[in-house]
Design a protein. Structure first.
Length: 563
């Protein structure tokens, strides 16, 4: 051991001595001499590399909505809102206990940072796409790349504006540390996103051969949403929002009445011969989602691929069956393994509220295929051969109180009877269909809301009835039925598990969010009633963000001061 140690020390000393002799000076010794040196100007030199940056944006947004273990995706889809929350035994995952929610809460920081990461990628893609180093095969391809980058940047700022209000605008790559960011106003944040989308619009195609790519209607949809949000913000400031609402109507109308999109009213696609189902069920079957598959109400969809999931990132999958499905195994006499049409690995990380189980389907609204057994299964069969109840039917309502928040109806849009991942280690827990980012009914409901805010209730009712007619509703509404609550109810009926419910509520301004949380909070969980003792209409700016910005003050949002 001594000899080996001596030799080691000798070699080290020899190497140090040789290196010192070889240096011309101390300064030369300290100078870094990399073999290669990448900068923003030479690291990206081909259109394919720009496209890789854009693909990273697509992937980030897909994972934001459907990533397997992402608390963020569950929050954005509605955890803690009027439509869903966590059952009692999962209180550590609650997003409705305001004794825990404050500017230091990590999820706020994660969501805030995620959208800035998207903006950073978009800024990099914009810089690269405009670089003289890149030789594009056509001007059209370059313009489309730039338009996609602007779309993603606008999407980031739209979400930040809806959730957090006015935020610092970063429109270029930052190459040195910066600690003096200043908040824009919420109006300025919305306007920046609007400007990006309107400048991108001429270079976005009406359709693409490749499913999942951004098209013109996607930008028009978000422009309708942004102008709607901007009008609400102006009215909250005591100003007139009607000009913004009219622009919202125009952009939504370009999609709704433009001739390229229409609601699917007849059975279609890969499973249309299943006689026990309906057209709404067809919308959520594998192979049926994309516009390129013949689905004329799909405006934009996140792409999910089973082969990529297995071979690459393990992320290209929808984890809804596990995260949102009921714990049916708790029911004596019901064997989840034997139920091939269900979701045996459901663990109920988020559960529907009484509002979406009962209230929005109230009896006076009549029949509605969105509430049919094909789409919300409430009747089941005891299927355990060893049970004395074997073969008998039961209503899930019988167990709602006993297993509060753990057992509830099964939404057809979050499960399947054609599982692909058997043998993957997580059988019957993931979907491998593509997932909607924008579906035409949401655009129609944006226009209905804009009409309502303009006082044109009959036009709002007509738009809502377009959706209710497809849903084969027994009851069609009249102008006097149109209220903001009814519009939010219709969004829940049509878009549950699809819309970002927090965005929807927070962009409403005023006291809409807290009023609905207090009215429709998760029925077995008293957290909101006990702890939501202040008013707010924006999430807090994360305290980490405020603290890091040491050379300028980032003001906290009202209601969160001192929390």
């Amino acid at each position: 051991m001594k000899i080996k140690k001596f030799k080691f020390n000798y070699y080290i000393l020899t190497l140090i001595f040789i290196s010192l002799l070889s240096c011309e000076s101390d300064d030369d010794f300290l100078k870094e001499k990399p073999q290669t040196f990448y900068t923003l100007d030479n690291a990206i030199t081909a259109p394919t590399q720009v496209d890789q940056l854009l693909l990273a944006c697509y992937q980030q947004l897909r994972n934001l909505k459907i990533e397997s273990n992402s608390r963020i995706s569950r929050i954005l889809l509605g955890n803690g809102t009027d439509v869903m929350d966590v059952p009692i035994f999962r209180n550590s995952e609650a997003f409705s206990d305001y004794s825990r929610l404050n500017p230091q809460f990590g999820d706020y920081n994660s969501i805030y940072s995620t959208f800035y990461q998207l903006i950073s990628r978009a800024n990099t893609a914009l810089y690269a796409a405009n670089s003289e180093e890149i030789k594009w095969t056509s001007e059209e391809n370059q313009k489309y790349a730039i338009a996609q980058a602007k779309f993603f940047r606008a999407y980031g700022y739209m979400n930040l504006g809806e959730l957090f209000g006015g935020v610092p605008i970063v429109d270029q790559i930052i190459t040195v540390p910066k600690f003096d960011f200043e908040r824009s106003t919420r109006t300025e944040t919305y306007q920046f996103a609007i400007d990006d989308l309107e400048s991108a619009l001429p270079d976005l195609p009406a359709t693409t051969a490749q499913a999942g790519r951004i098209v013109k209607a996607a930008a028009q949809h978000y422009l309708s949403e942004l102008y709607l949000a901007l009008g609400v913000e102006l009215e909250d400031q005591g100003k007139d929002g009607s000009e913004m609402y009219n622009k919202s109507v125009i952009y939504a109308g370009a999609v709704v009445d433009g001739g390229g999109y229409a609601l699917m009213t007849e059975r279609f696609g890969t499973r249309k011969d299943n006689e026990s189902k309906d057209v709404f069920w067809d919308l959520f079957q594998m192979g049926n989602v994309n516009y390129q598959d013949g689905n004329t109400e799909c405006i934009w969809a996140y792409q999910v691929d089973f082969d990529a999931h297995v071979a690459e990132d393990n992320q290209s999958a929808i984890s809804h069956p596990r995260n949102y499905a009921s714990q049916m195994a708790l029911i004596n006499g019901y064997n989840v393994i034997l139920d091939k049409t269900g979701d045996p690995r459901g663990i109920g990380r988020c559960s529907p509220t009484a509002y979406v189980i009962y209230d929005i389907w109230r009896e006076e609204l009549g029949d509605d295929i969105r509430n049919s057994e094909a789409n919300i299964q409430r009747t089941f069969v005891y299927n355990d051969p060893n049970s004395s109840k074997f073969g008998e039917t039961f209503l899930i309502d019988e167990y709602l109180e006993q297993f509060a928040g753990r057992v509830y109806p099964r939404w057809g849009k979050i499960t399947t009877d054609e599982w692909l991942d058997v043998g993957s280690g997580f059988p019957n827990s993931r979907l491998f269909r593509d997932e909607y980012a924008i579906r035409l009914p949401e655009t129609i409901l944006l226009r209905a809301e804009a009409y309502w805010r303009l006082g044109e209730n009959q036009k709002a009712a007509d738009d809502i009835n377009t959706i209710r007619l497809r849903a084969q509703c027994q009851y069609l509404i009249e102008s006097g039925d149109v209220t903001l609550d009814f519009i939010l109810d219709e969004r829940a009926r049509e878009l549950f598990f699809e819309e970002s419910r927090w965005n929807t509520l927070l962009r409403m301004g005023g006291t809409v969010t807290v009023d609905r949380l207090r009215t429709h909070n998760y029925w077995p969980n008293p957290n909101i009633q006990q702890t939501l003792n202040f008013e707010y209409n924006l999430w807090p700016i994360p305290q980490d963000v405020i603290d890091r910005n040491k050379d300028a003050v980032l003001a906290q949002n009202p209601g969160w001061d001192g929390k």
